[in-house]
Design a protein around this ligand. Structure first.
Ligand SMILES: [Zn+2]
Length: 238
């Protein structure tokens, strides 16, 4: 539970100067009033959020495994809980204009990674990019916000302009597995291929579902000469 303390320390450091709550003063998990010491999510709710077993993440990555996108290992902070606290957090992060939540959770992901992936050292982090249109609509990329919080804790360079989404894609949520791959395959391009040669890259996204989007984003990174790509997400579905 070491990271719980760091969560509040690093989270508060990120919030300092923000001038406002990233959430209203109610805990999104249980609805109780939050104090200045515990912004964002009460400690009781934070403790109830489940960490995934590694085989769940591996199964999702294998579902879209392909030779040109060798994603073998991933890390997710929480199990996604349909209708639960993590889904509420994701909703706030994506649709309610709360980019600071992402930085806050990113710091927590970073601490979690230090605990479970100590032996592995990435060279840089790349967030999964949004299409230009989605970026204009939302005003920020939630994966970039997560990666910003992670980069503070992990002290890793965040390379948000290395990968771009060159083709707008439909939402993956209503597509079946094979259509998901068709939807995102070829949608990503590496901007500066020479900068990823021989690099170990941590690819950051908000939620790991089938792994199709992450695999599609990994393809051009490998084609450009990346040595290894691992993924980190806030949550993984069951
Ligand atoms: Zn709570």
């Amino acid at each position: 539970m070491r990271y719980l303390h760091v969560f509040f320390q690093s989270g508060q450091a990120l919030l300092r100067g923000a001038g406002e709550w990233i959430f209203p003063q109610l805990c999104p998990g249980c609805g109780q009033h939050l104090t200045e010491d515990v912004p964002f999510l009460c400690l009781g709710c934070l403790r109830t959020l489940e960490h995934p077993a590694p085989d769940i993440i591996r199964a999702h990555l294998q579902a879209h495994w392909r030779a040109e996108a060798r994603l073998e290992i991933g890390y997710s902070l929480w199990m996604f809980d349909e209708g639960g606290t993590v889904q509420k957090i994701q909703h706030a992060l994506k649709y309610k204009n709360r980019p600071r939540i992402g930085r806050y959770i990113g710091a927590l992901i970073g601490e979690y990674l230090i605990g479970i992936a100590e032996e592995w050292q990435a060279d840089l982090m790349v967030p999964v990019p949004l299409s230009r249109i989605r970026m204009i609509e939302r005003g920020y990329n939630q994966s970039t916000e997560l990666a910003k919080g992670m980069s503070v804790v992990l002290k890793l360079p965040l390379c948000e302009d290395f990968l771009i989404r060159t083709r707008a894609t439909k939402s993956q949520t209503k597509l079946d597995s094979s259509n998901r791959w068709a939807n995102v395959s070829g949608a990503f391009t590496v901007v500066n291929p020479e900068k990823v040669v021989g690099k170990r890259i941590l690819l950051v996204d908000d939620v790991l579902t089938t792994g199709a989007t992450l695999a599609a984003a990994a393809v051009p990174l490998f084609e450009a000469g990346a040595e290894e790509v691992r993924v980190a997400t806030m949550a993984v579905v069951r």
